[in-house]
Design a protein around this ligand. Structure first.
Ligand SMILES: Cc1cc2nc3c(=O)[nH]c(=O)nc-3n(C[C@H](O)[C@H](O)[C@H](O)COP(=O)(O)OP(=O)(O)OC[C@H]3O[C@@H](n4cnc5c(N)ncnc54)[C@H](O)[C@@H]3O)c2cc1C
Length: 275
């Protein structure tokens, strides 16, 4: 089959990438982006539905998973990477989600794929407080309510279930009285609040991710017409291109904008204008 103009807008379909490649385009390796983190920790997932308006996250992704010889992206990611993000955080029945997590998954998409989606997440649940302030507030709790059970006196205004989660993770019995808390226990509890460590064991279910990074390399595309530099008359639009945005409609916008540019260029191609 032959044609003068062709617009490839096949999203993240590997078939579209193969067609583009056969017509001279370079394809950047693909990786899922905008996904949630699987953290199979029963004490956490039991809180499914609880959210906090602002948490500060630090993601540490180790080097590539050496046991996965097929990881195409491996060669590009050689060392451990660290990424930071803050924003709303949602606990789900499989781990963590919410805008802060989705953004981290986008920035770390390639490294996370290379690591086999095994990474370390540090959560600061109280980013508006300095760590020293958190410790001081817990010590004040011990002074002010020595006879109360720790579970019944929260020095911070957070959901009771979250408070129970932190206390449990710090290895403190819920019925222990504040007066009985050692300085070390207070320190452990403070650390849970400002640098709780969570082990990411995977990403949300396959095909749950919103977008794919990678695709037709942008260096081979004319941005005014979205035409391939390698194959005249071949245009690209949307997610087939190596463009991926974070949440907020940027992927839709990219698909609409590149589609409009390609459509205009195809409709008004100089070779089609009558004399
Ligand atoms: C659950 C989910 C939620 C999302 N939410 C958002 C959001 O809130 N904001 C945002 O900006 N983006 C969001 N996205 C991403 C956004 O939907 C995509 O980036 C966008 O739709 C890409 O548009 P596209 O036209 O390039 O590809 P697609 O919408 O994937 O369309 C490609 C089409 O090509 C067809 N096709 C593929 N191969 C062939 C072939 N060989 N022959 C014929 N047809 C073929 C496919 O069937 C499909 O119909 C979301 C995605 C998902 C999955």
């Amino acid at each position: 089959m032959t044609c003068d103009r062709l617009l490839l807008a096949t999203g993240n379909s590997p078939q579209g990438h193969r067609i583009a490649q056969s017509l001279g385009s370079k394809i950047e390796p693909t990786a899922p982006s905008l996904f949630t983190f699987t953290i199979p920790e029963q004490k956490l997932t039991a809180l499914a539905g609880v959210s906090v308006p602002v948490a500060q996250l630090k993601l540490t992704v180790p080097g590539p998973d050496a046991s996965d010889p097929k990881a195409q992206i491996k060669a590009q990611i050689k060392a451990q990477i660290k990424l930071h993000q803050s924003g709303p955080l949602l606990i789900t029945h499989w781990g963590l989600s919410g805008p802060a997590v989705l953004k981290l998954s986008a920035w770390g998409a390639r490294a996370l794929k290379a690591s086999g989606y095994k990474a370390q997440l540090q959560v600061n649940w109280l980013p508006e407080h300095h760590p020293g302030e958190i410790q001081a507030q817990l010590e004040a709790g011990r002074r002010e309510a020595p006879r109360r059970q720790i579970i019944n006196h929260r020095p911070f205004s957070f959901p009771q279930r979250l408070w129970e989660h932190w206390v449990g993770r710090a290895g403190i019995a819920p019925d222990q009285r504040w007066a009985e808390l050692s300085n070390k226990a207070i320190q452990r509890l403070a650390q849970e609040l400002y640098q709780g460590e969570y082990a990411i064991q995977g990403k949300g279910v396959f095909k749950d991710e919103f977008v794919t990074c990678g695709g037709v390399a942008l260096g081979g595309v004319n941005f005014k017409t979205m035409e391939s530099k390698a194959c005249a008359g071949l245009h690209f639009a949307g997610e087939i291109l190596d463009i991926d945005g974070v949440t907020g409609g940027f992927n839709f916008q990219s698909a609409w904008t590149t589609g409009w540019l390609a459509g205009q260029a195809i409709a008004h191609h100089p070779s089609d204008q009558s004399p």
